[in-house]
Design a protein. Structure first.
Length: 231
């Protein structure tokens, strides 16, 4: 990203749920991360906005959230969660058109971008609580948030930190991760896995610097013409 991108101010936690199928994707000239981290950051910023009123009027929400593994010195504050990936992601160009499109940045300059493929990878969300009741309520909250609209399975997020694209998440599995040692430490852990996908976007640069047509200059000498006429 060139220096012009730094002029775009994107607040922390700006990821938003797409609530209507008519909410079209609009590409913006801002890329703060790559495809993989765009997905984990997006789901982090969505889930950290959630809350639920559970049994006996207990209000539950996340005290901490991460889109990458926390450092060892970070103090734990529960409930908490981390969104991460552990498997290889894939790029699928079959549903994408590589045709460039223009994007205007705040200073009025226009840029070219191109959607080149769809990036897909499973995203895991591990939830950490210190009692089983809060874990149950938090997982119920995430189950609701994982299917919030009636026009699609899963959910779609608008990612201002990655070109403004729409990313899709579909819940595929969940598990409680209990063992005697974790229970003794008052760790009540659960994990949910999502199939996640977003369009990969490439920023080409200034319109004046982009020439989509490759030209070949053929130089014909007089000797070449004479040679052709003698055949």
């Amino acid at each position: 990203m060139d220096d012009d991108a730094s002029k775009v101010a994107i607040p922390i936690g700006a990821t938003r749920l797409v609530t209507s199928p008519k909410d079209a994707q609009v590409i913006v000239w801002n890329r703060e991360t790559d495809c993989r981290n765009a997905l984990t950051r997006g789901i982090k910023e969505y889930f950290e906005q959630l809350s639920i009123v559970w049994t006996e009027g207990r209000q539950l929400s996340f005290a901490q959230s991460f889109s990458d593994w926390a450092d060892a010195e970070d103090d734990a504050d529960y409930p908490a969660f981390i969104a991460y990936t552990v498997t290889e992601g894939t790029y699928d160009a079959s549903n994408m058109s590589p045709s460039p499109q223009t994007v205007q940045i705040p200073d009025g300059t226009k840029r070219y971008v191109r959607q080149t493929s769809e990036f897909r990878v499973p995203v895991h969300v591990d939830v950490w609580c210190n009692d089983s009741e809060s874990r149950t309520g938090i997982i119920a909250m995430l189950e609701d948030a994982s299917n919030p609209v009636d026009w699609m399975y899963g959910f779609r997020l608008k990612l201002p930190h990655y070109w403004g694209v729409h990313a899709t998440f579909e819940k595929v599995s969940s598990i409680y991760l209990d063992d005697p040692d974790k229970v003794y430490r008052r760790w009540r852990i659960a994990s949910i896995t999502y199939n996640a996908a977003l369009p990969e976007v490439v920023g080409i640069g200034k319109i004046a610097d982009f020439n989509p047509t490759a030209k070949t200059n053929v130089v014909v000498s007089s000797q070449t013409l004479l040679g052709q006429g003698q055949r």
